[in-house]
Design a protein around this ligand. Structure first.
Ligand code: TYM
Length: 333
């Protein structure tokens, strides 16, 4: 049976990339009536050091971000990873299945650990095995993510295949990444070759979900572009990464294809298009940031939602972990 799982790290600050690449898609998949499970992956966040008070705050803020973006805890299961111990338990099994070489090939590992891999945490190296466990402890079949997570989903399939092969079972499913829509890779507003990211030192490079209307408008007005008018077809954007990024964002907000957007705005200069995009972004994002702030006023309620979500999650994870232990030959499972 199809089942959707995805997660976001509570490492502080949600960007427009997280919204268009993930959160917006999460609520759409929920509203298609699918069986959806969404997780604040706090155990992933601590693979680089997090201040404990900030981690607590960021986990609650991220939960508010999910709900404000349309994820309904009455329809989807919404919880934090550490509250469901089977994620970490299955991750250990997968640490014994996955190979060092697989981890070494992960581009996120190479980017994050950089030249100083000796000093990176062991958890950062093993990160993708925990991610595989997140997904497979639910036997999830579909994982909506941005383009940057594609390699990790491929590794999840490798882990499932090797486990099934090594133990002679057909137990874990082959998960499909769901990388759809016009904004699967939102780029920096300052550099069209870099991904929009919360860790970019320049705040002008990104739109934060908590930015106010003036800040959003200013960042879009100052976004790097080229001097040409917008083309009338998508192929006219091929060598124009900054222009393409802004059109992609517009298309994602309005649920259109890039060609549909260009049919409307082709021929316009950026001086005209940028204010249109800014108005659209403000109209779509300000209700979300207002709702996030409102939800964050009642952290006890957020904690209750997370606790209930964890209980619902464990109804699925406990039997799957038990069966995994039996397959592996662990006594007492
Ligand atoms: P994270 O927390 O970095 O990002 C959360 C989601 O946002 C997407 N995203 C983007 N999409 C488009 N453009 C961007 N600029 C952009 N930046 C971020 C990411 O692709 C992601 O979908 N490893 C994951 C978290 C994770 C997970 C999982 C995801 C842990 N376990 C299991 C799916 C299933 C991560 O670090 O995402």
């Amino acid at each position: 049976t199809p089942r959707v799982f995805s997660g976001i790290q509570p490492s502080g600050g949600l960007t427009l990339g997280n919204y268009l690449g993930a959160l917006k898609r999460f609520s759409e998949m929920q509203n298609e009536g699918r069986d959806c499970i969404y997780c604040m992956v706090d155990l992933h966040a601590i693979t680089v050091w997090q201040d404990p008070d900030k981690l607590r705050h960021n986990t609650r803020e991220l939960t508010a971000g999910f709900i404000a973006s349309g994820v309904d805890p009455e329809k989807s299961i919404l919880f934090n990873q550490s509250a469901v111990p089977e994620h970490a338990q299955l991750a250990w099994i997968f640490n014994t299945v996955a190979r060092m070489g697989w981890m070494q090939r992960m581009t996120q590992w190479k980017d994050k650990a950089g030249k100083n891999a000796e000093k990176a945490s062991l958890g950062l190296f093993a990160y993708p095995a925990l991610m595989a466990a997140d997904i497979l402890v639910y036997h999830a079949t579909h994982v909506p993510v941005g383009e940057d997570q594609k390699q990790h989903i491929e590794l999840t399939r490798d882990v499932a295949a090797k486990f099934n092969h090594d133990y002679g079972v057909d137990f874990f499913p082959m998960t499909e990444p769901v990388i759809e829509g016009a904004a699967t890779r939102v780029m920096s507003l300052r550099d069209g070759s870099k991904k929009m990211s919360k860790s970019d030192p320049s705040d002008a490079s990104r739109i934060n979900l908590t930015d106010d209307a003036d800040t959003i408008a200013k960042k879009i007005r100052k976004a790097k572009t080229d001097p040409d008018a917008l083309p009338s077809e998508a192929k006219g954007l091929e060598d124009r990464p900054e222009a393409r990024n802004l059109v992609n964002i517009y298309a994602a907000f309005t649920n259109q294809t890039v060609d549909q957007v260009l049919a409307e705005v082709g021929g316009k200069q950026f001086a005209e298009f940028k204010p249109m995009l800014a108005d659209l972004a403000v109209a779509k994002l300000s209700p979300i940031s207002t709702e996030m702030a409102r939800l964050l006023d009642d952290t006890a309620e957020i904690d209750r939602i997370l606790a209930r979500g964890a209980e619902q999650a464990r109804e699925i994870t406990v039997p799957i972990l038990k069966k995994t232990y039996e397959i592996v030959g662990l006594v007492g499972a």
